[in-house]
Design a protein around this ligand. Structure first.
Ligand code: MG
Length: 220
């Protein structure tokens, strides 16, 4: 049994995830790239969000690292151990999982490569490396997404009003804006599917039969 909309189309619960810092360990990969490009070990100086600030690099050094990173590294950003558990937990709830990521469109296939099938290329939306936080909010609105998870408060703040559940994964970065009223803050990524499940139940969007079937299929 599939839950359908009034016009007979199948109800889709789209859920959007940021990639870097949420699914993929961007920081480690960028730091290793910096060590290679700059030829010295990187020592974290503080908890700033910007990589140059965190490792006290000059603008010129940051530019050199980014140039190398953009050229070859997007395809090999390693996924966190929790990445597949997170995506599968959302799929078990009957959700369709999208990646909404602040990288340029030209890196989309590399991003798909690093996600290794966890989220297919057709469900990766690239809003651009220098995009304003509202760019992700616009994508969420276009998708009709029910929930969004990101580790940058500017993105989750901008998403309020564009998605019923905007969730910040708090990585403890310093110097960023505070999460606004309306954003849910978590520090364990696996709290996200729990929040999504209660939202779906509360709003009558939970395709129970489908979730049950998927879970049984996986366990078989
Ligand atoms: Mg991020």
């Amino acid at each position: 049994m599939r839950r359908t909309n009034v016009d007979g189309t199948v109800m889709t619960n789209n859920v959007a995830l940021d990639v870097d810092g949420v699914l993929g360990n961007f920081e480690t990969h960028w730091r290793e790239c910096a060590e290679e490009v700059l030829g010295r070990p990187m020592r974290k100086a503080n908890e700033q969000h910007s990589m140059g600030g965190r490792y006290e690099l000059t603008n010129k050094e940051v530019d050199a690292v980014w140039q190398a990173f953009h050229a070859t590294e997007w395809g090999s950003v390693p996924m966190y151990d929790h990445a597949s558990e997170l995506v599968l937990a959302l799929e078990d709830l009957g959700c369709t999982v999208w990646a909404v990521t602040s990288i340029d469109e030209r890196h989309r296939s590399a991003r798909a490569e690093s996600l290794a099938g966890l989220i297919p290329a057709g469900r990766i939306v690239c809003v651009g490396h220098a995009a304003h936080a509202s760019a992700k909010a616009n994508v969420l609105r276009d998708l009709g997404a029910v929930a969004f998870l990101d580790d940058h408060p500017a993105n989750t703040n901008a998403a309020i009003g564009s998605v019923p559940l905007s969730v910040l994964l708090d990585r403890g970065y310093h110097g960023l804006e505070a999460p606004e009223y309306g954003v849910t803050v978590i520090d364990d990524v696996m709290d996200f599917p729990v929040l999504v499940e209660s939202l779906l139940k509360r709003t009558g969007r939970m395709p129970l039969a489908e979730a049950f079937l998927r879970r049984t299929e996986r366990m078989a």
